[in-house]
Write a protein that binds this ligand. Structure first.
Ligand SMILES: [Zn+2]
Length: 456
């Protein structure tokens, strides 16, 4: 009983700390929109190239959401679909409350044209208030959550500080539930107002089964973890690896929206990777692929936190840098310092020209170059996006690092793969979880063709 009260007190304290940390999202590339703000559009733009056939109504709905607002004629032209088919399918989507018609706003350059019957022309947009979803990223320092409407607009956000040590699934779920309730209470909403939840965390996450065979956050394998989240929230919940979330954030809200094939490499507490093929996230056969951080770059090399040796992560991730920082900064650092604080100090020393500190970043950069070269060599993506909180340590992707990566890659006469650096704020992960929840919800709502909808 006393332990339970202590755990509740801890949660309460964490929530208060979360409130204090509520500011500071200015570096984020997306911002909350007022509920009546115009819909700008989100989601993959290449909605008609998915390899899996989808009902026509699904394709049309995705097109509207991706473009924010559009007319039936524009959709028909862009997708090569007859006016009659577009009209029938969109009528169904409107009667189901998923899309709505709005008058085309007049502009000084183009006064509103009128049809022969005098009816003002209309365009379609997603019925944003029809559903709400929550995206959540569970982290080792803090958890973040975003509340979004059906059009993908961010309505609210919340953060919850947490202890960085491994914990039981029960504690992790209790923290996630507390964060969700905190987010909803702030908006005067209850869980029943939410249609779907997306949750992301580090580790091997099987998206299909919801099992988490290994995670640096859990003290034991999280068997049927998704089902446990679902039961705690009382809501449909989807669970994925955090690198996949960041990739979804790029695909739905970032530079990947109009790209068919790209890779995202994340450098945080670990090294992750997400891959988009045909404008869709690729998860592998068992949902546990793309573990770039645990590909081996050295036989019998440095010890990785996964328990094996020679993983890329053991040379590039922050704990790997912090491990060496303690030696390089022996006169300053204390063993009780957090890895993040050590890393900050190491970075400051490198900036001051400390050779030992610089050599640590340079070595990490060379290993990163090796990892990126392998990605380019195997997948030949249009672009590799480097993202994550550690992008502030620019030594990791210095010009010589990228040059070394290109030198290691066999490209023949082809143009070398482009590397983009995105330094998103911490909410991007939760925004990616929103994309996962919106995608799953849309799939469920639109998978079954209506009576008049035809398969595309
Ligand atoms: Zn490993």
């Amino acid at each position: 009983m006393i332990r339970r009260i202590a755990a509740l007190l801890l949660l309460l304290m964490n929530l208060i700390q979360g409130d204090e940390a509520e500011v500071g999202a200015a570096d984020d590339q997306t911002h909350p929109a007022p509920r009546d703000a115009p819909v700008a559009g989100c989601g993959p733009l290449l909605t008609n190239i998915a390899p899996t056939p989808r009902p026509l109504r699904h394709i049309l709905f995705d097109f509207v959401r991706a473009h924010g607002r559009t007319t039936r004629a524009e959709m028909g032209r862009a997708l090569g679909i007859s006016a009659a088919s577009v009209s029938a399918a969109t009528s169904d989507l409107i009667s189901e409350g998923l899309l709505r018609e709005t008058p085309i706003p007049p502009t000084p350059e183009s006064p509103p044209p009128r049809s022969s019957r005098g009816r003002p022309p209309v365009e379609l947009q997603v019925a944003a208030e029809a559903h709400h979803v929550i995206g959540m990223k569970l982290g080792d320092q803090r958890h973040t959550a975003v509340l979004s409407d059906f059009a993908g607009r961010r309505i609210a956000e919340a953060r919850l500080a947490t202890r960085p040590n491994r914990k039981s699934a029960a504690i992790l779920i209790a923290e996630a539930r507390a964060l969700m309730d905190h987010l909803l209470t702030g908006q005067g909403m209850v869980r029943a107002d939410i249609s779907c939840v997306g949750v992301g965390m580090a580790g091997m996450v099987d998206f299909t089964t919801g099992d988490v065979p290994w995670s640096p956050m859990l003290d034991s394998p999280g068997t049927a973890l998704r089902a446990r989240f679902e039961s705690a929230f009382g809501l449909p919940t989807f669970l994925d690896n955090d690198a996949n979330l960041l990739t979804l954030a790029e695909l739905w809200f970032g530079g990947g929206r109009s790209k068919s094939d790209f890779a995202v490499v994340t450098i945080e507490h670990g090294v992750g990777m997400g891959l988009v093929l045909f404008n869709q996230l690729y998860r592998g056969a068992r949902g546990v692929g793309m573990e770039l951080g645990h590909t081996k770059v050295q036989l019998d090399g440095a010890l990785c936190r996964c328990g094996k040796r020679g993983c890329l992560e053991a040379y590039v991730a922050d704990y790997a840098l912090a491990r060496e920082a303690a030696t390089a900064l022996d006169q300053h650092a204390s063993l009780s310092e957090s890895p993040l604080a050590l890393l900050e100090e190491l970075f400051a020393e490198a900036r001051r020209g400390n050779e030992a500190a610089l050599s640590i970043f340079r070595r990490a950069g060379r290993y990163l170059a090796l990892g990126l070269s392998n990605v380019a060599q195997i997948f030949d993506p249009e672009v590799i996006i480097l993202a994550g909180g550690r992008m502030q340590y620019d030594y990791l992707y210095a010009q010589e690092v990228l040059a070394e990566m290109q030198a290691m890659t066999l490209t023949g006469a082809r143009t070398p793969v482009r590397i983009d650096i995105h330094a998103w704020g911490d909410l991007v992960w939760a925004q990616g979880a929103v994309a996962m929840a919106l995608g799953a919800l849309t799939e469920r709502l639109l998978a079954v063709p209506s009576i008049r909808g035809s398969a595309a």
